[in-house]
Design a protein. Structure first.
Length: 207
């Protein structure tokens, strides 16, 4: 029996939702097609008719996950000034709630190491989406030159993702919370108006 276009679109979304959560929780390599179809409540035939391969699902899952995160961040920034919005994003990212929900959280922190071992198509999709994340953050960070703000966004997000990975990895709750809190504090301080580190360097250089 033929599936209607509406049902096919719904099936596709079910597969993406299931794959994205399972990939984040278990990794791309450790998540098989059987697990995805079971989670989505569909057959192998439905999956392959929609995507053709697990690699294609991984590409779309990464795009879908990052697009959703960017949408949430963009909505948050519309309600606050740039610096305040950035601080709120950092605090939300480095929260216990985010730490404890890997299946619904940042795909970068969940899959960064895994993606390094994936085929070029998956890495290309990841690279494109990550670049968009940097652009979004750069617009919220105070500063003069766009290139400086972009570099600050790279450093800030690298710190955020790294801290989240460490906070999930350790088995000491007190240390885990301290990793999150200390990183959030440092990133917020380093991206405030004025750039203390840069002023210090100018003084040291005699300028």
């Amino acid at each position: 029996m033929r599936v209607s276009k509406a049902q096919a679109a719904l099936n596709r979304q079910h597969i993406l939702t299931a794959a994205t959560r399972l990939f984040r929780e278990h990794g791309i390599h450790a998540t098989g097609v059987d697990a995805i179809t079971k989670e989505a409540g569909l057959t192998h035939g439905s999956l392959y008719s929609q995507f053709g391969s697990k690699e294609a699902i991984a590409v779309e899952a990464i795009r879908s996950a990052v697009t959703r995160s960017k949408r949430i961040w963009q909505h948050a920034t519309e309600r606050q000034p740039g610096t305040q919005a950035f601080r709120s994003l950092v605090e939300g990212y480095l929260s216990r709630e985010h730490r404890d929900a890997p299946g619904q959280g940042c795909v970068v922190a969940a899959l960064g190491a895994d993606i390094a071992r994936q085929p070029p198509s998956v890495r290309e999709a990841f690279t494109k989406e990550l670049g968009d994340v940097f652009e979004l953050l750069a617009r919220l960070i105070p500063g003069e030159a766009p290139s400086h703000r972009y570099d600050d966004a790279i450093a800030a997000f690298a710190g955020m993702a790294g801290a989240l990975i460490l906070a999930r990895a350790v088995n000491d709750e007190t240390l885990s919370r301290r990793i999150l809190q200390a990183t959030a504090k440092r990133i917020s301080q380093q991206t405030e108006v004025g750039k203390p580190a840069r002023r210090t360097k100018r003084i040291a250089d005699g300028r």
